[in-house]
Design a protein around this ligand. Structure first.
Ligand SMILES: [Zn+2]
Ligand SMILES: [Zn+2]
Length: 120
């Protein structure tokens, strides 16, 4: 199992191993909510994802999108969208071992910060 959780340990989850898309999102909502220049996401079918400890609080960040974070330590764990209800995006940074999940996709590059290194 691929395992992860928040900084304080009050949220823990696991993902069935699989070949999942990993993407860097440069949208302004990810940037502000995570206070980071961009966010790396693993795109996982919902049935492959399960919480072991789910203490998450929900932030409705758009009309159709919601984000899930630990209210105790602030770590953002997941994001989903009613437009694609079968999918949940998981923050690669919350995985116990993020190393194998190199993003291969850049999304919302129109709002990417100029100082973020990129090859294209
Ligand atoms: Zn926490
Ligand atoms: Zn985003």
């Amino acid at each position: 199992m691929i395992k992860g959780g928040c900084f304080c340990g009050n949220v823990r989850f696991q993902i069935e191993p699989g070949d999942y898309t990993a993407a860097n999102c440069h949208c302004s909502m990810c940037r502000r909510v995570h206070a980071a220049p961009y966010v790396s996401w693993l795109v996982v079918p919902k049935e492959k994802f399960a919480y072991q400890k789910d203490a998450t609080k929900t932030l409705q960040s758009s009309d159709t999108g919601a984000r899930y974070f630990c209210p105790d330590c602030g770590t953002h764990i997941a994001c989903d969208n009613e437009k694609h209800p079968e999918i949940i995006d998981i923050t690669i940074g919350s995985l116990d071992d993020p190393a194998p999940f190199a993003p291969t996709l850049e999304v919302f590059t129109d709002t990417r910060l100029d100082w973020v290194a990129h090859e294209d």
